[in-house]
Design a protein around this ligand. Sequence first.
Ligand code: ITT
Length: 185
Amino acid sequence: MQISFVTGNLGKFAEAEKILKHFGVNIVHRNLSVDEIRSDSTEEVANASARFAHAKLEEPLFVEDSGLFIPSLNDFPGAYSAWVFRKLGNEGILKLAAGKEAEFRACIAYTDGNAAETFTGLVKGRISEEIRGTGGFGYDPIFIPENVPEVRHSGDKTFAEVPEMKGALSHRKRALEKFGKYIKK
Ligand code: ITT
């Protein structure tokens, strides 16, 4: 089974490819420029982007809208995470929220033209005190996922220090797992 993942973010694609392989799903990268709507809801953004992409490509596809949410900053940067990352980077977020609780959320929207479904995943954690690690992408060097006893280094190291943690407990992995089960059915 082959499905397109429409994204300009190769970090997202590489992670999704690995995780969906476990479900026997092969994905193809489509780098279509999508006009994202502006909304605080990752679900609304993902749904609108999936419809937009399907109108252009006319094939079964999914998109993923994700972001970093910091409760003490009213969930900033949230649905605007990509833009804030370009403007402030990890240094900027550290100035605002070092040591604070945070979570990553991902929403996948799939459509084949008839069915349209969304799948969400999140991982709780905190912002580190400094930038650590070189793996992953985006906010990974400042995000420490909460401790999960069976996942080594969770609660302690950033995603960028131990990127393998993302395959076990990331927001993306959790959303893709639901999506993979749906597709398999
Ligand atoms: P596409 O929309 O083309 O898929 P994008 O990077 O613009 O790519 P989003 O609009 O969903 O994606 O923005 C989410 C941003 O949140 C992303 O650019 C990263 O800065 C951040 N982000 C999302 N998931 C992340 C992860 O697993 N690790 C680190 N940062 C992440």
